[in-house]
Design a protein around this ligand. Structure first.
Ligand code: NAD
Length: 261
């Protein structure tokens, strides 16, 4: 159900994006990969670009075909470089890029956003998330942070909270809904990729090890890729505005603690 489709994959040069692209190609899809780093295996279908600012986004959009079937938003950073840069790539850049290319996605197509268990707090921090998602386009992120009392340490979880809220909103926005384009999210727990080392320094070993010990191991990119492709496929045609926890049971375990069951 992915055979013959054209998928645009961001973050294609490493980790989850690289594995997702490899699996998609093996299943007969065409992949157009985007990343700021070169991929390990050179590809004629690769666009080098920086999706964290309007000019970089525009340059990538210009090189994309007029029509494709799905956008897989996988590129992301850990938060180590501070909140402004993290929100720029993980949320505001992702959203600006998605809105720019939405009209090119064929009817019946999909957007898949890779969020995270780190965005679990979106309900607890709902008012802040609503205010920050309500900022249109690519805002002055420093000003948005000041207005919402955001610190320089909370960029990663905050970026994923905004992404989870926006995924649900976008599913009902005319830009997607009226064109038959579904918008969903996948939320991994810890995954053995480059970024996990940085999470250890940003979130602390204790938090990462506690998450891993709740479910027995960290995921590999191969645990995540098939679920991303499922959401992009026709098999998920009735799934819209959803977040799939793809974390070995981590969210269920945290829910049990937080909700007391
Ligand atoms: N690894 C984990 O533990 C984990 C857990 C939950 C969610 N995630 C999410 O999964 C996604 C993929 O992460 P990963 O684990 O594969 O990490 P990774 O570091 O291996 O890959 C991320 C890729 O995104 C690219 N990228 C970063 N900034 C970019 C930009 N401005 N423009 C274009 N490309 C850019 C990087 O060059 C890199 O190739 C991220 O959104 C991350 O937040 C990861």
């Amino acid at each position: 159900m992915i055979f013959g489709k054209t998928l645009v994959v961001t973050g294609v040069s490493s980790g989850i994006g690289a594995r997702t692209a490899e699996l998609a190609v093996s299943l007969g899809a065409d992949v157009i990969g985007i990343d700021m780093k070169e991929p390990a295996i050179a590809s004629s279908n690769f666009i080098k670009g920086d999706l964290s600012n309007p000019a970089g986004i525009e340059a990538v959009v210009r090189q994309l075909p007029k029509r494709f079937d799905a956008l897989l938003n996988i590129a992301g950073i850990s938060g180590k470089v501070g909140t402004e840069a993290t929100l720029a790539i993980n949320f505001y850049g992702l959203r600006a890029f998605t809105e720019a290319v939405a009209p090119r996605i064929r009817e019946g197509g999909a957007v898949v956003n890779v969020a995270s268990i780190a965005g679990y707090g979106w309900r607890a921090n709902l008012e802040r998330a609503k205010a920050m998602v309500a900022e249109k386009g690519f805002p002055d992120i420093k000003a948005v942070m000041a207005k919402n009392g955001v610190s320089n340490e909370e960029g990663y979880p905050l970026s994923k909270e905004l992404l989870l809220l926006w995924t649900q909103k976008a599913a009902h926005e005319p830009l997607f809904k009226e064109h038959g384009v579904r918008v969903n999210a996948v939320s991994p727990g810890p995954v053995e990729t480059q970024i996990l080392k940085e999470f250890r320094s940003v979130l602390g070993d204790e938090k990462v090890d506690s998450d891993i010990s709740r479910v027995g191991r960290a995921a590999t990119a191969s645990d995540i890729a098939p679920v991303i492709l499922f959401l992009a496929s026709d098999g998920a045609r009735w799934i819209n505005g959803a977040n799939i926890a793809n974390d070995g049971g981590l969210e269920a375990s945290i829910n049990a603690d937080v909700l007391g069951f």
